[in-house]
Ligand binder design. Structure first.
Ligand code: AMP
Length: 215
């Protein structure tokens, strides 16, 4: 199954992507994660996109499409994949459709997580991530047992540089202008599954499961 999970930054895509990936046995691919690793390793790609990332703006479509093309052609994607954070523009969506067509694949379902703006700002500014194992916590909805310490591995928790209120507002405006129009694009293809993301992780997960098993 080839899937896309779609929604504003902070909609909870990453958390749900982990569940779906485990359940379906397909890799979950986050373009944001790929870019953060490139920045951290100071690779040529990383150096090119460091400023764009810290501002919360979008990496150019040609760079993103090339990275995603390389990734979905890997062996572990032969039975499917789940994309998180891609596509983010109409140009990326159309470019990706053409790529999939050329390799005899297609997107089966697009899960769209709908979350109110005030919830997003609250969630993102309280998001914390483990430096060591990458586990995600939320001071409001999923707090660690010990302040600042990862429940899984004892690593130190940190806040993403682009999770500050000013950058969150910018990322959201980019989302509304560039990315939200994709909802109509996928709706017109009849593959959109809309999920109310303003609820508990378990309720959202249950709706996604139901949406993915429906025709
Ligand atoms: P995310 O973790 O999905 O919120 O992505 C973090 C940052 O990575 C974004 O604010 C962008 O700078 C960049 N990024 C991730 N995915 C894309 C994409 N599909 N197109 C353009 N930029 C992206």
């Amino acid at each position: 199954m080839n899937l896309i999970i779609f929604g504003a930054p902070g909609a909870g895509k990453g958390t749900q992507a982990e569940f779906i990936s485990k359940e379906k046995g397909i890799p979950s691919i986050s373009t944001g994660e790929i870019f953060r690793e490139a920045v951290a390793s100071k690779s040529p790609l990383g150096l090119k996109i460091t400023k764009i990332m810290s501002k919360g703006s979008l990496v150019s479509d040609d760079i993103v499409l090339k990275i995603v093309e390389e990734r979905v052609k890997k062996e572990d994607c032969k039975n499917g994949f789940l994309l998180d954070g891609f596509p983010r523009t109409l140009c990326q969506a159309k470019g990706f459709d053409n790529l999939l067509l050329s390799i005899g694949k297609k997107i089966d379902k697009v899960i769209s997580m709908d979350v109110a703006e005030e919830n997003i700002v609250k969630r993102l500014s309280s998001r914390r991530i483990c430096k060591k194992c990458g586990a995600k916590f939320n001071l409001e909805t999923l707090p660690p047992k010990i302040d600042g310490v990862c429940d899984n591995c004892g690593g130190e928790l940190f806040q993403r540089e682009d999770d500050t209120e000013k950058t969150i507002r910018h990322r959201l405006s980019v989302y509304y202008i560039e990315t939200q129009p994709l909802i109509e694009y996928y709706k017109s293809k009849g593959i959109l599954v809309i999920v109310d993301g303003n609820r508990s992780v378990e309720e959202i997960s249950r709706d996604i499961k139901a949406g993915l098993s429906s025709k």
